[in-house]
Write a protein that binds this ligand. Structure first.
Ligand code: F0G
Length: 409
């Protein structure tokens, strides 16, 4: 059995330490977010000969026994070089880390395999989350495999149909909240604070972020160098914080010599992080009634905002906003010029990259990685918002149909 390297659970803010199995999600002293800290010393990296996956980095994942690991084969996603679209944007080296290739079609699976394994290690039987869809779909699948009781809180009528289908199919229990994601999140936090038998699986749970940091490890292993900037959508802020942590750990280990700039992208009307960065504030102002067709990132009060602002600041990064129109354009371009079909929230990374080139935040010679977080099939409702391509009706009785087809093309 391989064991993790030594680690601690501590407050992100005041560094107070807690036992691994603590049932709090915030620091008892200062209410800060919790995080896992590994004792990293430069040592031989044991994972070079293992397949690319989340569990390739077993020693840097805080699970104490392999006995409880629940996995559907997450991670090992493609890092695709963009050519036609990169040229159009005016960049030479752009890659997409396509997280839609995960088992349930989003990056959430990386966090879920680790946090659900932890839940089992802690003897939890009942797991719960609030979600804009992907976390719920992922949690439902992993709970199904592990035989745990899964309850998901979702904002009523605001979940993409594909994600809802996954949740139903995997047999989770669904609580539809008459409100938005932020309100659903508050209810779940309240529930898990009052009842220890419900284990919180949102990204306030620091074990989730440990799985998600492997995006950084994989990017470094695939590229064999550090990108200049990583561009990704930001909702609740777990992923950007996790990826930044991952780059930090590989830097500490001596695998990477430097760290990239982190560029967060939000939808114009759901942009508390980007607004804070723009105004140079070190706190956010929650956005009431956030709006965007990218339902995955329709979030006005991101719980991880302290971690996000620190990641952006420490990395010398930035945050930008994009409109729904820009998101839809980027989604179609990525699909039609590169063969990569992602959901609207993920396309925000490409739309944000274009903005960053125009604003000078990204240099034309930079090596860029965009993280596309979820698969395009998750949200078929988009079909009503895009112009239909011309189609041709064919009568099978026509004898000269090939000639006619050639004439119409
Ligand atoms: N992209 C997709 C496809 C997402 O589903 C999410 C978050 C994000 C980006 C933003 O990531 O929250 O870590 O900043 N979805 C959550 C959910 C909120 O419930 O599925 P973040």
């Amino acid at each position: 059995m391989r064991m993790p390297w030594p680690y601690q659970l501590r407050c992100f803010n005041c560094h107070a330490r807690y036992p691994h199995g603590t049932l709090n999600y915030r620091c008892e002293k200062c209410e800060g977010l919790l995080e896992i800290r590994f004792h990293i010393s430069k040592r031989r990296i044991p994972w070079k000969n293992r397949a690319l996956s989340v569990w390739r980095y077993r020693e840097l994942l805080p699970i104490d026994s392999d006995r409880f690991v629940t996995s559907l084969g997450e991670g090992g996603t493609g890092l695709h070089r963009l050519r036609r679209l990169a040229k159009q944007i005016g960049l030479k080296r752009v890659y997409v880390k396509n997280e839609g290739e995960n088992p349930t079609g989003s990056f959430k699976d990386r966090g879920m395999t680790v946090a659900l394994s932890k839940a089992r290690e802690l003897g939890k039987r009942r797991v719960v989350c609030a979600s804009t869809g992907n976390t719920a779909a992922s949690l439902a699948a992993y709970s199904a495999q592990a035989g745990l009781d899964c309850i998901v809180f979702v904002p009523k009528g605001k979940i993409a149909p594909g994600k809802m289908l996954q949740v139903v199919m995997h047999g989770a229990r669904i609580v539809e909240v008459e409100g938005d994601f932020d309100q659903a999140m508050k209810l779940v936090v309240d529930l898990t604070q009052r009842r220890n038998s419900f284990y919180l699986m949102n990204s306030l749970n620091p074990f989730r972020l440990e799985g998600q940091k492997t995006i950084a490890f994989e990017v470094l292993d695939q590229l064999e160098k550090t990108p200049d900037a990583v561009v990704l959508p930001v909702g609740n802020g777990g992923n950007i914080s996790a990826i930044w942590k991952g780059f930090g750990e590989f830097r500490e280990l001596g695998v990477a010599k430097r760290k990239p700039r982190m560029i967060g992208v939000q939808a114009e009307k759901a942009a508390p992080i980007a607004r804070a960065v723009r105004d140079n504030r070190d706190t956010i102002r929650p956005v009431r009634n956030p709006q965007t067709l990218a339902t995955a990132i329709r979030i006005g009060s991101p719980v991880n905002w302290t971690k996000v602002l620190r990641a952006i600041k420490e990395s010398n990064g930035t945050a930008t906003t994009v409109s729904d129109g820009e998101i839809l354009t980027a989604q179609r371009e990525l699909a039609s010029k590169e063969g990569i079909f992602v959901e609207p929230a993920s396309a925000a990374s490409i739309a944000g990259l274009k903005k960053s080139v125009n604003s000078g935040d990204v240099d034309r010679s930079d090596l860029i990685v965009c993280v596309t977080t979820g698969h395009g099939l998750k949200d078929p409702s988009i079909v009503d918002r895009i112009p239909r391509p011309k189609s041709y009706t064919l009568k099978i009785t026509d004898t000269d149909w090939i000639d006619r087809l050639e004439r119409t093309l």
